[in-house]
Design a protein around this ligand. Structure first.
Ligand SMILES: Nc1ncnc2c1ncn2[C@@H]1O[C@H](COP(=O)(O)OP(=O)(O)OP(=O)(O)O)[C@@H](O)[C@H]1O
Ligand SMILES: [Mg+2]
Length: 462
């Protein structure tokens, strides 16, 4: 296997001779004159092996070792130490060096140590891949649960699109399971043994995102000290999952449109055209149609990516799935934390079903995980739920009756008041956030005595 190797030495002669030697063995070799330069390179690019002299003016080889391992834990570091300084060698190994060689560096010795280091890197990546495959096969934690008709339909669509190469657009509020669904499509597709690469478009600054996706040529911008391949190439043959696509800049949108139409692109600063076979799945919690109307999102791109739109409904619209999901999470987190919890009592379930779940399944999962950890018996009760959830609902005590409609007014009032507050009592925004019309909001405010309340005003007792 040919490897990417970085040589760090203040004496330019050493890199030169090593470079000739290692290139003869088919490796790709770069050099850095000091620790700073080495670190910049390791951050900008992937190296399998770093070879560093220990004695350098300024930051020494140990410093290089520590910082390289921080930035890229899988990179193996080989130290070069002066003759007879075994203490250095021992210290280096303790601090995580793969091995050391002593000066004068003998060609054969260097080649052998490097081959071993490369083998170690290779084994480790293979192991990581195996573990990932195992996790996939077990499926366990990634199983999507739900029996609401809307959900069943979603999974019929997964089955229908998985065998194809069609671009899929997944929309849904935060925590509804968009990432899970993307993964499910990949896992059900003929590409399942090929890479699934994901990138969050909202998490990177615009310039970086483009080179992360498409790669860049050497010297394409300051800091681009060598060429780098992007995620599109990494995903070749497999699936590329672009999360938060609604945040893509106009320039990126143009580039995406072209890749989708022509399956080819040029890396940043390069004239070379690269062809890829990649299945695209995109996700967003924005209303893309609205972004198209306001001109923030290209209409042509929207049409291209929404060939197969999949909308995951918010959890509050499929409350019937809550018992199923809650029990599933109880089982998972009891296992994970070695807790005896197996059941959820009726009162706790009523509270779960009355909650509005703005954070959707992720919120439910967190609430249950916390509950399982707090619970001391085999049954989850309201005491194990977050206090702010129990406060908003009062289930009928034994011997008491409380019509469900009436009981549901309590959380409804609470949600409306909270939303009004977070929108500075602006009714138009509140109505939009709750997806009700303004008349409905007005009527409910009147019913719940919220009309007189204003921002900063004294809180009304209930
Ligand atoms: N149907 C489901 N069954 C079981 N677990 C689910 C289901 N849907 C989502 N989850 C779990 O809920 C959590 C949130 O899901 P996920 O990360 O896919 O949501 P998301 O929509 O991508 O969120 P975000 O918008 O924040 O990226 C994950 O832990 C996921 O495993
Ligand atoms: Mg996600």
């Amino acid at each position: 296997m040919s490897a990417r190797i970085l040589i760090v030495d203040d004496d330019p002669l050493v890199p030169r001779t090593l470079r000739i030697l290692l290139r003869k063995h088919g490796h790709d070799v770069d050099a850095a004159g000091d620790a700073e330069e080495a670190l910049a390179r390791v951050r900008a690019d992937r190296y399998d092996v770093v070879i560093s002299d220990i004695n350098m003016p300024g930051a020494d080889g140990f410093e290089v070792l520590g910082r390289v391992k921080d930035a890229s834990p899988d990179t193996e570091v080989i130290l070069i130490t002066g003759y007879g300084t075994i203490e250095n060698a021992v210290r280096g190994m303790k601090e995580g060096a793969f091995d050391y060689v002593t000066k004068p560096v003998l060609d054969d010795e260097m080649v052998v140590v490097i081959e071993r280091a490369i083998e170690s890197v290779r084994l480790r990546t293979e192991n990581a891949d195996l573990r990932a495959q195992l996790a996939n096969a077990r499926g366990g934690s990634r199983n999507a649960i739900g029996k609401d008709p809307s959900f069943v339909k979603l999974f019929e669509t997964v089955d229908a699109v998985a065998p194809t190469r069609a671009t899929v657009l997944v929309t849904g509020e935060s925590g509804t399971g968009k990432s899970l669904l993307a993964r499910a499509i990949h896992d059900a597709s003929p590409r399942r043994d090929e890479p699934f690469v994901e990138i969050n478009c909202g998490a990177l600054p615009e310039g970086l995102l483009e080179s992360e996706l498409f790669g860049h040529a050497k010297g394409a911008f300051t800091g681009a000290t060598s060429a780098r391949t992007g995620r599109f190439q990494a995903a070749n043959g497999g699936t590329l999952f672009l999360d938060e696509i609604g945040t893509a800049s106009p320039a990126l949108q143009v580039k995406l449109l072209r890749v989708i139409q022509e399956r080819r692109f040029e890396p940043v600063g390069s004239e070379e055209t690269i062809e890829v076979d990649v299945r695209l799945i995109l996700a967003t919690n924005d209303d893309l149609e609205e972004k198209v109307e306001t001109g923030e999102f290209r209409r042509d791109l929207y049409y291209r990516i929404s060939v197969v739109p999949m909308l995951i409904p918010p959890l509050r619209d499929r409350m019937g799935d809550i018992p199923l999901l809650a029990s599933h999470f109880v089982g998972r987190y009891a296992d994970e934390n070695d807790k005896p919890v197996q059941h959820i009592d009726d009162n706790a379930m009523t509270i779960l079903q009355a909650h509005n779940w703005p954070g959707n399944i992720r919120e439910l999962e967190n609430v249950i995980e916390r509950g399982v950890i707090l619970c001391r018996t085999d049954t989850l009760t309201p005491r194990d739920l977050p206090p702010e959830m129990t406060r908003s609902v009062s289930a009928p005590e034994p011997g008491q009756t409380l019509p469900l409609r009436k009981a549901l007014e309590i959380p409804e009032r609470e949600i409306i008041e909270r939303t009004l507050r977070s929108h500075n009592w602006n009714r138009q925004e509140t109505a939009a956030a709750l997806m009700i019309n303004r008349t409905t909001l007005f009527n409910k405010m009147r019913k719940y005595g919220l009309l007189g309340k204003q921002k900063g005003g004294p809180a009304n007792g209930r």
